[in-house]
Write a new protein. Structure first.
Length: 180
């Protein structure tokens, strides 16, 4: 077996192992849909209101299902880095079809491979937005602690009604040993 093919096979085995062992980070099965500017603004406004009510200077970004920015809002005196971080949390939630906290939890559980996944921001504060059973985008919030960002993002997502939870975790199955 040539070296490049061997590397490809090993990489594929690692990906399959990661996917099967960490079902708690499974993507929501929902198909993608579209979000309107009006809905995006409503979601961001609720997240910003939650931050303001609690005295947290936050930024809120709403992206479409591809992770592209639809609406952005921030409170005065929000740290500059939060403008980018809020967008990246939202992109993570939309593109991976799961809350960004699920990636944070996997990382905290020892899955350092999360750090090598392009476009993954494993920090709480990004939540997929679901309308009529379709993921239409996501909201990302940054500026306070991760848990506070998550609280603000949830307040925004809650404007759309009850959001479905990601699939329940399945028991991890051990990976078969690599063949020689």
């Amino acid at each position: 077996m040539k070296t490049s093919l061997r590397v490809t096979v090993v990489f594929a085995i690692l990906l399959l192992t990661f996917a099967s062992r960490h079902a708690h980070a499974q993507a929501m099965p929902n198909p993608y849909g579209q979000i309107s500017l009006e809905v995006a603004r409503k979601v961001a406004d609720a997240a910003i209101a939650e931050g303001k009510k609690s005295g947290w200077n936050v930024a809120a970004a709403v992206v479409d299902s591809a992770g592209d920015l639809v609406f952005f809002e921030r409170l005065d005196n929000t740290q500059s880095a939060s403008m980018i971080i809020a967008q990246e949390k939202a992109r993570t939630a939309a593109r991976f079809k799961r809350p960004s906290k699920s990636l944070e939890d996997a990382l905290a559980g020892g899955r350092q491979a999360i750090l090598g996944i392009p476009g993954a921001t494993p920090v709480e504060g990004g939540i997929p937005l679901v309308i009529d059973g379709k993921i239409v985008g996501a909201i990302g919030v940054s500026g306070a602690t991760s848990a506070q960002d998550g609280q603000c993002a949830q307040a925004g997502a809650d404007t759309l009604g009850k959001q479905p939870a990601p699939p329940a975790a399945k028991p991890a199955t051990p990976a078969p040993p690599p063949k020689k």
